[in-house]
Design a binder for this molecule. Sequence first.
Ligand code: ATP
Ligand code: MG
Length: 213
Amino acid sequence: MDHPVKPRFIVFEGPDGSGKTSALERARAWLQKELVPVVTMREPGGTEIGEEIRRVLLNTPRGPDRMTPRTELLLFLASRAQLIAERIRPALKQRHVILCDRFNTSTFVYQGLAGVIPGSRVLEIMECVGTYTPDLTLTFTTDFETMMIRSSPLLDRMERKGEAYYRKVIDGYEEVLTNTPEILGPHERVDASMSPGAIDMRVQELIERELTG
Ligand SMILES: Nc1ncnc2c1ncn2[C@@H]1O[C@H](COP(=O)(O)OP(=O)(O)OP(=O)(O)O)[C@@H](O)[C@H]1O
Ligand SMILES: [Mg+2]
């Protein structure tokens, strides 16, 4: 790759089991081989406070008397606010490339389009809180059957959330690709049904264009 590269904030998005985390790890290894300074982070979490919030989010049952959808949304945004201040802005200042596993689009899709808070309201709240718009989001798209096969922990979660919810998640990502809200930044589709090798070619082409274009 031509050097120097631009410091960029790149997000991997898509439904559960679409292959984001494994593709992100392969992209990190590739960038390191290309001698690009790269850091990776995950959402929610990535900071000490964020990891505590992550534990609350993962361990607290949802429901009328437990965690409400608004509490859930605000916890995600709180974790993100810390990540932006503590890691994202400093890393970009040091001219690093950031690969992040999920970000604003997950919040819009899961809490908004597939959840109970209207998507437009989720975007408004995000804007009020203040966020960082990614330079590029790679959106892994898949169908329900592939998602089920690839994500065995999903089978447990499925019993709680139901198939209809995950179908809404898949449709939500399609909606974002068709009509991307400005605050979410540019999105590019990665067809997650391809082989890992073909996915890597697509991911590398998109990232290289972003870093050197
Ligand atoms: N292109 C692919 N072809 C076949 N299997 C794949 C492919 N990509 C990933 N997998 C497999 O699918 C499973 C889920 O992949 P991965 O954990 O990367 O998905 P994810 O999008 O990060 O899921 P989650 O949202 O649950 O974190 C893993 O077992 C992985 O090895
Ligand atoms: Mg993952």
